[in-house]
Design a protein around this ligand. Structure first.
Ligand code: MTE
Length: 319
């Protein structure tokens, strides 16, 4: 059995894990998991078993709205990540093929200096903070997640887009070896790479987050490791995972779901209980773990912070 030198992130597991999970961890160690020395391998292993490893330094969210968090288990075992599968419960068992080592993001388009940035460098530049947000999927389920990340506005200021840049466009990594549905070519469920976009003022809003973790732990692969977008007032499909390219552009990008079915999905995708999906009502949602549905809030409860962005727009047309 190898000896693991204690690392800074290896805090007392009782601090972060409820007793049953702590015991589960002990059984892992018996199984030989102690020979795993890299934190990313541990995060991966534990995320698969729904155990968070607290390995990020961040400023805690005061949770002024008193939102009740979904559990780590709920958040990491019910996922939409089509690159793996459309079976929401199976993503966590398949996501191990995503390799996030030495992650790079290509930056191009209307920007002062096109470049490739290294995720490790970005992590050193921007202090991390926790953001406890409601997260509402267009399918009608929702959850409350303690994301960890930094404001997208900080990254944008660092990248220095030109004034002619009106939108920001994101792409998920394209790699057929890592993502089985991409390897299916013409038989893929949707076309890849997954693309999303925001208007520049939406991207600069203080709520818009580049998330690198949740529950104090690096982002689990099934939730879009190593870095994803979180736009809490929009349906979850806007929150693109595993970002490998950012482009600053003049014209509104064609996002994946609008491309797949423009009658059902638009560019804005603001959470709106008054505009139904053509095939179901959006007035209510089922919070993961609850039996009864609850009312969906306008802009997912973030009206005060974002309603001004859409003044004068017809939200039934720009859905
Ligand atoms: N990003 C990529 N690359 N691929 C996807 O399939 N699904 C989207 C979004 N981002 C998706 C994606 C949808 S539909 C939702 S609801 C959220 O991710 C789900 O995020 P979660 O699995 O962390 O809950």
């Amino acid at each position: 059995m190898k000896y693991i030198k204690s690392k800074k992130w290896q805090i007392n597991e009782n601090d972060v894990t409820p007793e049953n999970l702590f015991n589960k961890r002990r059984s892992f160690i018996k199984l030989g998991a102690a020979s795993i020395v890299s934190s990313s391998a541990l995060v991966e292993l534990f995320a698969k078993e729904n155990i968070p490893v607290k390995n990020l330094d961040y400023k805690k969210d005061k949770n002024l709205n008193n939102l009740k968090l979904n559990t780590y288990e709920q958040i990491t075992s019910h996922n939409n990540f089509y690159e793996f599968t459309t079976s929401q419960g199976k993503v966590k068992d398949m996501a191990h093929t995503l390799n996030t080592d030495n992650w790079k993001i290509k930056v191009d388009g209307l920007v002062k200096k096109p470049m490739t940035i290294d995720l490790d460098d970005i992590m050193k530049k921007f202090a991390l903070e926790e953001r406890i947000y409601r997260f509402r999927c267009v399918e009608g389920w929702s959850m409350v997640v303690p994301w960890i990340g930094f404001e997208l506005s900080k990254l944008i200021k660092y990248l220095q887009p030109l004034s002619s840049a009106k939108y920001i466009r994101f792409e998920t990594l394209y790699d057929e070896k890592m993502f089985p549905d991409q390897a299916r070519g013409a038989f893929s469920t949707i076309s890849y790479p997954y693309v999303e976009g925001l208007r520049m003022d939406e991207a600069m809003n203080e709520l818009t987050l580049m998330a690198v973790g949740l529950y104090g732990s690096k982002m689990p692969k099934q939730n879009g490791a190593p870095i994803r977008l979180i736009v809490p007032w929009k349906y979850g499909f806007k929150s693109i995972k595993s970002i490998s390219k950012i482009s600053f552009v003049e014209k509104q990008p064609l996002n994946t779901w609008q491309k797949e079915n423009s009658n059902e999905y638009g560019f804005y995708a603001n959470v709106n209980p008054n505009v139904d999906h053509p095939r179901w009502s959006q007035a209510r949602e089922r919070l993961l773990g609850n039996f009864f549905k609850q009312r969906t809030l306008m802009f997912n409860g973030y009206e005060k912070q974002v309603a001004h962005l859409y003044k004068g727009m017809d939200l039934t047309k720009d859905f």
